[in-house]
Design a protein around this ligand. Structure first.
Ligand code: KG4
Ligand code: ZN
Length: 348
């Protein structure tokens, strides 16, 4: 349908320069230039390196996306951009670029929340979001359970991590095991040939006492420490470390807690649909376990394909298109890059 809004989305909250173009729920282009290789030797994203890489990649990435989508930039109905949360300098590059583009084209601009965009992206693959749905966002910076009734209006936080994010735990444990950054995909791969019950790692915030105060919250720092202690003990004893077994047992502990709490949260509100988003949603064990456990609980699960789970511009464009379609007010041209944008704000 040609009367659906054509929206270009820009994402620069971390180390991916993403430009996506969508028409309504149809994905036309999803172009990503990543600076991840430049950060690998530091074992984490270096903000200044990321900002500079965004600057260099921005114009070529926009041009490539427009070419892939077969559109001229003047056809675009609106520009959407991640306003936050994320790295301040990195966000600034995206926001400034989006402002220049919107101003030059004379089109509205929507400065959107990165986390709401991780939810909205699923529409590109599975159609309109079920309302309400329980969204579990698991990325390098966030681990949250949210009730989403209308993603263009807001999300209601039900729980979140009280220390490390799930992706952060994957990255730290990978580092401990000598695997490259970012660690999530490497742990996922190693775990496939490992035994997930080889080591009984702790499940954070699942004891009866913890559940009283933190029923829908997560904690991964104890798990990370437990893995570190286990590895040290093996090293002291001179026993070789079976990386695959450690990866599988660690991954099992993370996925066990995530899926258990997501299903509990959905059930507690009578919600029948769970949506999983963010980089960790690319994890093969999490996808399989969520599907299996949710089905047993009579709950449907939607997870976008792995390429749409990690940071990209299409998710920003998808949320932008939904905002246009629902007639939401655009941002002002002086919209900020807000590194700590609250979860409950959808449009800056
Ligand atoms: O959403 P994302 O691309 O960026 C943030 O907004 O943080 O998430 C990145 C995180 C990293 O911690 C990375 O290790 C993790 O997602 N990740 C995975 C997998 N793919 C990416 N974690 C587990 N299994 C994966 N397959
Ligand atoms: Zn993200």
């Amino acid at each position: 349908m040609t009367d659906e809004p054509l929206v270009l989305g820009i994402e620069t909250s971390c180390d991916e320069t993403g430009v996506g173009i969508v028409r309504g729920h149809t994905l036309l282009a999803d172009t990503v230039a990543s600076s991840v290789a430049e950060h690998a030797r530091f074992g984490g994203v270096v903000p200044e390196v990321a900002s500079r890489a965004h600057l260099e990649a921005m114009v070529p990435t926009i041009e490539r996306a427009a070419e892939t989508a077969g559109i001229s930039l003047s056809d675009v109905d609106a520009v959407a951009v991640t306003s936050g949360p994320g790295l301040a300098g990195a966000l600034l590059v995206g926001v400034a670029s989006a402002k220049a583009l919107a101003l030059g084209l004379g089109k509205p601009i929507y400065g959107v929340n990165h986390l709401a965009a991780h939810v909205a992206v699923d529409q590109l693959e599975h159609g309109p979001l079920p309302e309400p749905c329980l969204a579990m966002l698991v990325s390098g910076g966030h681990s949250s359970l949210l009730e989403v009734t209308d993603v263009t209006v807001g999300v209601e936080p039900m729980g979140s991590t009280i220390d490390d994010a799930a992706g952060e735990a994957f990255d730290k444990v990978a580092r401990l095991l000598g695997l490259p950054f970012p660690g999530g995909p490497h742990i996922d791969k190693q775990a496939r040939s490992g035994n997930s019950v080889a080591i009984d790692f702790p499940r954070g915030l699942t004891s009866r006492k913890d559940l009283e105060r933190h029923r829908f919250d997560f904690s991964f720092s104890g798990l990370k420490t437990a893995v570190a202690r286990w590895v040290e003990a093996q090293q002291r004893a001179g026993t070789p470390i079976d990386v695959a077994d450690v990866a599988a047992s660690f991954q099992e502990a993370v996925c066990d807690v995530l899926t258990r709490k997501a299903i509990d949260a959905a059930t507690s509100r009578g919600i029948e649909d769970i949506l999983i988003g963010g980089g960790v949603a690319a994890n093969s064990r999490l996808r399989a376990m969520a599907e299996e456990r949710a089905t047993a609980a009579g709950i449907r699960v939607r997870v976008p394909r792995p390429g749409l789970c990690t940071d990209n511009g299409a998710m920003v464009a998808a949320l932008g298109a939904e905002l246009v379609a629902r007639g939401r007010t655009p941002s002002m041209l002086d919209l900020p890059a807000d590194s700590s944008m609250p979860l409950t704000t959808v449009v800056a």
